[in-house]
Ligand binder design. Structure first.
Ligand code: UFG
Length: 335
């Protein structure tokens, strides 16, 4: 299949590209390199540097590369930043997302897998969260993803898009070739590993949440498992695949959570990082970070039943161990 991966130079995108090319797909990456890295793009994929928010340019790109399906990973995705600079998130994620859908409409590219997020659920009423639960984001990032999900839904009804929306929980870990590198690093596991490597203190944002140890609880999923889910989701968007609707007329997006169904508190993650690295970590407790829900844990039953996907690298040790190994083999990241 000829696939366009937006954000293919980013953390999740680069691992997805690695697995797509390994599976024999022809991959074009579209990335503006604002947070992604040129060096993260597999040598077997073609890199186009640019934005997905320019309908005319994307239309040309889709035609030129005869793209059959899109994996839309690109987005601004930092919860804290979305609370202080929401405009950037609405402009990029929502404005850009609609521009991309318009390019699909213009070129009749109908297949899309969209990277959405557990942040769409906001403060869940129950745990684990199922896909039919209400989506009421409590941060601007989650809200922008909810809006793009909704736009995809309307394009499905109007133009018969074949789409899978994947709501990721907390992604961690690395392959041998690709790992996580953000500047600055805001995600818990890589931030803790950075603190370990640099011998400095890490901060836990809040220990007064309504959880057993007072710190937030998240459901972690290995990035390689996530990439495998993308491959399965892309298959489900095939023209004759009933999971994404009838082969003509209006369709409906298939929405699946991607998580492990198990939650770990921030304190438990700190202990797991100490165990995996064999070093102790000085941790101080800081104030809560705006926009953080106390608990986000997925039910991944639907992804299992409908996509035939199950996390294979589900232990925190595997995720942290692989992230630490990548960090040690790439001391300067992709630089
Ligand atoms: N945290 C700290 N210290 C840090 C960094 C993070 O205590 O230095 C805490 C956060 O406050 C939160 C938890 O660790 O309680 C996880 O935070 P991350 O920033 O690692 O991840 P988020 O849960 O905020 O967000 C991630 C993705 C989102 C996705 C969400 C789904 O970045 O895109 O998971 O659960 F929506």
């Amino acid at each position: 299949m000829r696939v366009l991966v937006t954000g293919g130079a980013g953390y999740i995108g680069s691992v997805s590209v690695e697995l797509l090319v390994e599976a024999g797909h022809e991959v074009t990456v579209l990335d503006d390199l604002s947070t992604g890295h040129r060096g993260a793009v597999s040598a077997r994929a073609k890199l186009e540097v640019g934005t997905y928010g320019d309908t005319a340019a994307v239309t040309t790109l889709l035609e030129k590369n005869r793209i059959e399906a899109i994996l839309h990973c690109a987005a601004k995705s930092i919860v804290g930043e979305s609370m202080t600079d929401p405009g950037k998130y609405f402009r990029e994620n929502v404005g850009g997302g609609v521009a991309l859908l318009e390019a699909m409409r213009a070129t009749k590219v109908r297949r899309i897998v969209f990277s959405s997020t557990a942040a769409t659920y906001g403060m869940p009423e129950r745990t684990p969260i199922v896909e039919a639960d209400p989506v009421r984001p409590i941060n601007a990032y989650g809200e922008t993803k909810r809006i793009v999900e909704s736009a995809i839904g309307w394009y499905c009804r109007a133009y018969g898009l074949r789409s899978v929306i994947l709501r990721y929980f907390n992604v961690a870990g690395a392959t041998v070739e690709h790992g996580e590198m953000h500047v600055p690093e805001t995600h818990l596991i890589p931030a803790l590993l950075e603190a370990v490597a640099e011998g400095r203190q890490a901060t836990i944002f809040g220990d007064d949440y309504p959880t057993p140890d007072g710190t937030c609880i998240r459901d972690y999923i290995h990035v390689e498992d996530l990439a495998l889910a993308h491959l399965k989701a892309l298959e489900a968007t095939a023209h004759n695949d009933k999971r994404t609707g009838p082969s003509s007329g209006p369709t409906e997006a298939l929405i699946c959570n991607l998580g492990n169904g198990k939650g770990f508190s921030n304190r438990q993650v700190v202990r797991a990082v100490e165990a995996a690295t064999g070093r102790s970590l000085g941790v101080k407790i800081g104030p809560r970070r705006p926009g953080d829900p106390p608990i986000l844990v997925a039910s991944a039953d639907k992804a299992n039943e409908v996509l035939g996907w199950k996390p294979r690298l589900g232990s925190l040790d595997e995720m942290i161990g692989s992230a630490w190994a990548w960090k040690q083999s790439h001391p300067s990241g992709y630089r």
